[in-house]
Ligand binder design. Structure first.
Ligand code: HEM
Length: 215
């Protein structure tokens, strides 16, 4: 759970950075999207080490594997927890748990539905909610000009960030960093910081479109 979760967090930080290129300019954003897919004249990312267009498929395979293993670990861990406690806690003691830690399982399932919707919109059926596939910035702008899509993203990304806040903290603990009170405090700060940066970094662009700053 910890290792695949950390891989997915790194992906999200890079994805967020890529999205912010919308503020540099629409050409910069489209160029970045095409460069990742090896569609630029220089052969794109990692050319000539990899033939044009190959990196994206290796990357997608690795991402799918990380998501698959993350879900598989969650399912195995949940099955074990339920078996060990005979489906019910003897005593339900929730005071010390945060809202995020209680919602990891359901949060994870909702996030999966969001990712499926997101992939349909921009990758599997590009242009599904508006815009043209060969000009990615048009897909993003046309989508976030629709308020319901901004609301779906605001809520889903909030769930993603709550999931990450608790998940990052748990990953640090699993990997042995939770060694003292001071370490615990810092790990907590780092987890909150990453979650807040991701929320602001992802949401600022849809909001800029929704409020007409990006047209
Ligand atoms: C405002 C927030 C976001 C925007 C505007 C956005 C935009 C995009 C766009 C335009 C693409 C397609 C790129 C292309 O094929 O040219 C994409 C791909 C993707 N996004 Fe997002 N994204 C956002 C948030 C997220 C979040 C929160 C997640 C995960 C929880 C996510 C996961 C993915 C994945 C897995 C892909 C597929 C990458 C690939 O094609 O290999 N995105 N996103």
């Amino acid at each position: 759970m910890a290792v695949t979760g950390l891989i997915l967090i790194v992906f999200l930080l890079v994805h967020m950075y890529g999205n912010l290129k919308m503020f540099v300019g629409y050409e910069a954003f489209d160029h970045y999207a095409h460069w990742l897919k090896g569609k630029t004249s220089d052969g794109g990312i990692l050319a000539p080490i990899m033939p044009a267009g190959q990196f994206i498929w290796v990357f997608r395979a690795a991402l799918l594997l990380a998501i698959g293993l993350h879900i598989w670990s969650a399912a195995t861990l949940s099955a074990k927890t339920i078996k060990n406690r005979g489906d019910k806690y003897q005593v339900t003691k929730r005071q010390a748990q945060t809202y995020a830690s209680r919602t990891m399982r359901w949060g994870g399932v909702i996030i999966l539905f969001f990712v499926i919707f997101h992939l349909l919109q921009f990758t599997i059926v590009p242009g599904l909610t508006g815009g043209k596939a060969d000009e990615p910035h048009t897909m993003v702008i046309a989508s976030f000009q629709q308020w319901w899509i901004v609301v779906v993203y605001a809520v889903s990304i909030l769930l993603v960030c709550m999931h990450i806040r608790h998940g990052l903290w748990s990953a640090f603990a699993t990997l042995g960093a939770n060694v003292s009170g001071a370490a615990r405090k810092w790990l907590n700060y780092i987890a909150i910081f990453v979650a807040v940066v991701l929320y602001i970094g992802f949401m600022i662009m849809p909001l800029a479109v929704a409020f007409g700053f990006l047209k």
